[in-house]
Write a protein that binds this ligand. Structure first.
Ligand SMILES: N=c1c2ncn([C@@H]3O[C@H](COP(=O)(O)OP(=O)(O)OP(=O)(O)O)[C@@H](O)[C@H]3O)c2ncn1[C@@H]1O[C@H](COP(=O)(O)O)[C@@H](O)[C@H]1O
Length: 104
């Protein structure tokens, strides 16, 4: 099992844990708005690190954003496999075609 799949499984397990013992459970106890807020914050922090952070800082922010994205997907009951399937669907199609399809 790969790293993201293992993390996805851990996050699903920790969802119902004691919030005093689990960061994932703490996020769930605070609700979907907090889960969405953390994902947004991590996105901004990753963007800032892209512009002005060290390689280590951007690597850390990238890990944070993947973690918080998996928490958000789990909270909405969307398997990560569905995201991968969507990427597979786009494979071989130019990003410009994809963009044009979305604006039609
Ligand atoms: N990969 C992660 C992971 N990455 C980042 N984080 C947490 O995400 C938060 C990042 O938010 P910030 O940088 O804003 O830090 P913060 O101010 O402490 O966060 P907030 O209090 O504002 O939420 C930090 O608290 C990190 O500890 C993670 N917490 C957990 N995991 C994984 O999830 C598993 C389950 O964790 P628990 O639910 O705690 O058992 C762990 O074993 C890890 O594998």
């Amino acid at each position: 099992m790969d790293t993201l799949s293992r993390l996805e499984r851990t996050i699903a397990e920790r969802r119902r844990a004691d919030p005093s013992q689990s960061y994932v459970a703490t996020l769930h106890a605070k609700g979907l708005p907090q889960i969405a807020r953390k994902l947004g914050e991590e996105g901004v922090e990753a963007a800032i690190a892209t512009l002005s952070g060290s390689e280590a800082e951007l690597t850390g922010e990238a890990a944070d954003i993947l973690f918080h994205l998996l928490v958000a997907l789990d909270a909405r009951d969307i398997p990560f496999a569905e995201v991968l399937a969507e990427l597979d669907r786009r494979e071989g199609t130019s990003g410009l075609e994809e963009k044009a399809g979305r604006t039609q």
